[in-house]
Design a protein around this ligand. Sequence first.
Ligand code: GLA
Length: 443
Amino acid sequence: MKRFLAFLLAGAMLISFCSCENGQTDPDSNGDDALQQVDPEFVEGLTDPNLTYSKDELTALEESGEHYVADYDVPSLCKYFEGRISVGASFTSNQITNLEDPIAKGLLKHYNMYTLGNELKPDCVNPSEGVYNFEYADDFVAFGKLNGATLRGHTLLWHSQVPQWWFKADPNDTRSLAECNEAGALATSEQLQERITTYITDVVTRYKDDIKVWDVCNEVLNADSIRRIADDSYWADIIGDLDGNGYYDDYVEIAFNAARAAGGDDLVLVINDFNMEWQDSKTQAMYDMVERMLRKGVRIDGVGFQSHISVDCNIDTYRRNLEKIAGLAEIYDECFPDYAGNFRIQITELDMNMFVGADADGSFKTWSDEEFEAQAVKYAELFDLFLEFADRGVLDSVVFWGTDDENSWLNSTPKLRRNAALIIDRDLSLKPSFYSIAMTSFD
Ligand code: GLA
């Protein structure tokens, strides 16, 4: 029985996190049409216009009992932070097909920044040569237009969720990349440069009026340098050290240049990675690489801290690492005086693992009020930290990774267990963290 339930849960997770079928984009895709026909007043109708977003009102709301994400008398979370930071969430396209669904309503009501969790990744968009799937991204764009949210494109280049054919000399080769490597059948540097440039040009051009922020590269670093084949990434080894400066990050430069050329000067181009919240060596490697690129004239507008953190995360360590990356703003201004002030940190995939320790078990765990309170305290400390940097003009957004505790990858990674990572509960009620975060806006 236990195994059967685990199997069901795993199936549901797989559907919600990997929903991306292969096939050519249908320009008349239904979802897109339906989203485009939504009455513009629909979003306004989600929140009571008399709400004032005051501290008293928030306190009264919290004290008055249970409230749910799409309740009419619940104020919009992002409004508390207007003019300081954008507040966002990631989702999958199947969560926005029915606008009467409270999750979809909650997304429209509470957030002014969105990320499509999986379906704008290269393996979904360009699964085989000559095939592009744009229907999910088109729906994402149409949904974002409903409330005018800023859209983050995630992601153009990664070593994971990337089509394997890109790295093969013959795109139809059915062997694994390891086998191709062994047989000398990997793509040449020129082939891979051509494929990534074409891909980025096509995707960024298509969405340049709508997707204004891109995670151009995701997770290109290991603990202290550029990833290589030993770290599961073929990018550096195939493309090579083209400028002979001893660093194998030339592909990162190619990707940023292609995105800029396709999307223009207004796009915000970000490099995104994990663990920088605590791993000083990685943050240093990011700093060094971005500095090198800026000085070469590659305009990188921001660094994304994924921020998949734990409830025991150390705020001072996090602050120290944010401070390090904030130091790039000065170099950016020096290298790109016309864009001075434009460099920013973004918090791109925030969630909070409630299990302390990777091995802790808990497939059927129920979380106590005390544990939710402890989470609320930690989330508030984090937002205080983010606002500190936002008010200095170097941090502009915080995006949660997922919509609610049920729809979070942390229920299945690193193992199947009932996590509670976000600020909306499984039954879509507001957790203490929702209120504690909103409260930080009054400090
Ligand atoms: C990483 C990626 C995201 C997503 C999460 C897990 O952080 O950047 O796209 O895959 O892992 O869901």
